[in-house]
Write a protein that binds this ligand. Structure first.
Ligand code: ADP
Ligand code: ZN
Length: 735
């Protein structure tokens, strides 16, 4: 029986406007068959776009003559499950971001463009369990096969022909050989029968691990958040794997989120050795691979999904557990567009699914430590390293007034020699890539500046100047651009300069440099890491790329060349980030049976937070840092939001933010502080001037209320037309 009351469709359409759009059902369609989460093709302005049905309603505020019919329904069944759609709506409210944009980030690009929701009959090639366990060294005589194997190891979900074409020229012949060995299988993207979720046995857990695993296991089937706090090497990953296995035994899926840089081949191999059918999801996958992974998660065929930030939005048929590894990592927060925190959304999502959530870290964020102290999370600790040497002692090297050989102090050089002689590997950390961060004219003192940013240019070994903020490159000029003298000098150190100095000091020692420049080409990072494992390199120099995920069992000395960078940063989180980085890098020392040593060069050996960190450890540092935050009324003791604006003129962002402040002030009252507007510390970046307005409130609800009340007016401001503006709720960076 057809009812005569009209039905209106509330549709999410990707658009900068923070609302949904109403349509009438497509003509000749049974409106009763329309379900939330289906895609629709709708007219939008002069275009046709793909939208997602949020809900149907019996009324619409849009006057009848203006309402248009949707043109077509693209899905026969719900594509985005209701729980995920509800999470999207929650996130759109919380981050004050347009629902259409949020929903569209949920969909892989192929689905966003209207392609069919289930994969066509395509094939992927992927490693078998035997292939995953195979030693590449067995293929010495077959270098093509070995190289192909190295590629396949990175893609546990498999690669289709199109992606293979893009990654490996003439892959067909070596692939056939690998299949003959039984190391590779060719399978349809959509298996005909549900898999049996094969898994291998794990290691026997030690007492602390077993207790932690037991607590989490007992929570399966209900919501509970855990903070798994344990030094690098304490066996957190084994705890995750154990609990994930139990989750699978109960027929549920486990989702594991890792930082961008943490999704290393080593970790993938470990997960895949345990769960052969684990599926990987990250932004570097091809369109087809992303769709396949999305579909595997949604259909329940993927027992385990491991992915970076955006994987928090993967649909799951039978959600059972969410793990967030290295929960303190800044890459969980998206820094542009839809500025969500995948870690925070994971907490919300777990609560909505009524499943447990594990946040793991050796250096938990102050937010998570505070949540544990408030009993919102259960704090589980793994105090000891598992099956390895003790956590290394950290020592500060006071380099004030000391002679430095190109950034390296005498005690540091002595220690490097000592460890090399004892056949240990040495890791040197400097969070600055390039050769020298400053080029200055000796005649007039002018420094070479980026023309588009308020920043100095960094000199690289290839005599190119690079801006590390906007990417601009140009050759080093022969003369000073300011006074014309030919006396340009280079100041400060980057990884390239340290690498060169070491090569002169230690001519017979293999040196590897790991940073964004040395690993830009595909496969280069893997090749360098392989070389480190094989012992081709005794010294590693690198940026924060070294800090995460990688296992360097023979590293016995870690040298941190400049701890001062983070001590006086403009951001209120600078010291927290620095402490995390120091501890993460230090954690690379002495992972195998040999004990490690960590030396930290600093000009500020008396700095109280640095001292706490080195003498008493991260927990003590965190307690002191939290006390400072409380005294200053900063997060996690307050809720924060940041209104950004940028434009090609200096005046426009400030004018917009002044107007925004006037709109916000009445809604903020006395409970929500408005600070600014002020130009950003680096005001000009990539040719645009930037300014910001900070909102701070002791109670989050008041901040949210003020934003909800006042934001609609900002869209209507005439000053808004001259700027790009955005709101960042819980900003990870305040500059
Ligand atoms: P984390 O994730 O805390 O850094 P991992 O889980 O990676 O620690 O463990 C560090 C090392 O110790 C790994 O090589 C791992 O295989 C090993 N390991 C972990 N737990 C155990 C255990 N119970 N028995 C033996 N070795 C273990
Ligand atoms: Zn620049």
């Amino acid at each position: 029986m057809k009812s005569s009351t009209p039905i209106f469709l509330r549709v999410a359409v990707a658009s900068p406007l923070p609302r949904h759009f109403d349509y009438l059902p497509p003509k000749n369609t049974d409106a009763g068959a329309l379900m939330p989460g289906m895609r629709l093709r709708v007219p939008f302005g002069k275009r046709e776009v793909i939208g997602v049905l949020l809900e149907t309603a019996a009324h619409s505020d849009v006057p009848a003559p203006k309402l248009k019919h949707a043109q077509a329904v693209l899905d026969k069944a719900t594509l985005i499950p209701p729980d995920l759609l509800a999470l999207a709506r929650w996130a759109a409210d919380y981050y004050h971001y347009p629902i259409g944009e949020v929903v569209s980030t949920l969909l892989p690009p192929a689905l966003r463009m209207g392609k069919p929701g289930t994969g066509a009959d395509r094939f992927v090639w992927r490693l078998t369990a035997a292939g995953a366990a195979a030693e590449v060294s067995a293929l010495k005589r077959a270098p093509k096969q070995a190289a192909l194997l190295r590629v396949l190891v990175q893609y546990p979900v498999g690669l289709d022909a199109k992606s293979l074409d893009g990654k490996f020229a003439h892959w067909q012949t070596p692939m056939r050989a690998l299949r003959r060995r039984g190391w590779v299988e060719k399978i349809p993207v959509l298996p005909q029968t549900p898999p049996a979720f094969p898994m291998a046995a794990g290691v026997a857990l030690n007492k602390a691990q077993a207790e932690a695993a037991q607590e989490i296991r007992a929570a399966l089937g209900s919501f509970r958040a855990f903070l798994l706090d344990g030094v690098t090497g304490s066996g957190k990953t084994e705890v995750y794997l154990e609990v994930m296995a139990e989750c699978l035994r109960r027929g549920s899926q486990a989702l594991m989120l890792v930082p961008e840089i943490g999704l290393t081949p080593q970790l993938l191999l470990r997960v895949r050795r345990r769960f052969a059918d684990a599926v990987v999801f990250h932004s570097a996958l091809s369109e087809g691979e992303r769709l396949a992974a999305w579909d595997a998660a949604r259909s329940g065929r993927a027992p385990v999904v491991i992915g970076t930030r955006s994987a928090v939005f993967l649909p799951l048929k039978h959600p059972g557990l969410i793990v967030v590894d290295e929960e303190h990592d800044a890459s969980f927060k998206q820094q542009d567009g839809f500025r969500y925190s995948a870690r925070d959304l994971a907490v919300v999502r777990a609560a909505r699914h009524k499943i447990p959530l594990v946040l793991g870290s050796a250096t938990p964020s102050l937010e998570s430590l505070y949540n544990s102290a408030q009993s919102r999370y259960l704090h589980l600790s793994l105090p000891e390293r598992a099956g390895a040497a003790r956590h290394p002692a950290i020592q500060l090297l006071d380099i004030r007034g000391q002679p430095l050989h190109e950034g390296l102090s005498d005690p540091m050089l002595t220690a490097i020699r000592r460890h090399l002689q004892a056949e240990g590997q040495v890791l040197l950390f400097l969070n600055r890539r390039g050769y020298a961060p400053t080029v200055m004219c000796h005649a007039c003192g002018a420094t070479l500046q980026c023309r588009r940013c308020d920043a100095r240019l960094t000199l690289h070994t290839d005599r190119q100047l690079q801006c590390h903020h906007c990417g601009t490159q140009r050759p080093l000029p022969a003369r000073c651009e300011h006074c014309g003298a030919g006396e340009l000098g280079y100041f400060g150190f980057g990884t390239e300069r340290i690498e060169r100095v070491l090569a002169e000091l230690f001519p017979n020692v293999g040196i590897a440099r790991l940073d964004r420049d040395s690993t830009r080409r595909k496969g280069k990072l893997e090749a360098l890491l392989d070389g480190v494992q094989r012992g081709d390199y005794q010294i590693l120099v690198g940026t924060q790329m070294l800090a995460k995920g990688h296992d360097f069992p023979n590293v016995t000395l870690v040298g941190i060349l400049d701890a001062d960078q983070g001590l006086f940063g403009v951001d209120f989180r600078a010291s927290e980030r620095m402490a995390q980085l120091i501890m993460q890098v230090a954690g690379r020392a002495g992972r195998a049976e040999r004990p490690g040593e960590v030396l930290v060069q600093t000009h500020h050996p008396e700095h109280p937070l640095l001292n706490r960190l080195v003498r008493e450890g991260y927990a003590s540092f965190a307690a002191a840092a939290l006390a400072e935050r409380r005294a200053a009324g900063l997060p996690p003791f307050a809720a924060m939001a940041l209104l950004h604006a940028q434009a090609v003129t200096r005046a426009a962002p400030m004018a917009f933010l002044e107007a925004a402040r006037r709109e916000l002030a009445p809604a903020c009252g006395r409970q929500v502080q408005l600070l600014g507007p002020a130009p950003a510390p680096m005001e000009r970046r990539a040719g645009r001037f930037r300014a910001q307005l900070l909102l701070l409130a002791a109670q989050r609800a008041l901040l949210q209320q003020a934003l909800t009340t006042a934001l609609p007016a900002l869209y209507a401001l005439k000053q808004a037309r001259r700027v790009r503006w955005s709101l960042d709720v819980d900003p990870a960076e305040t500059f």
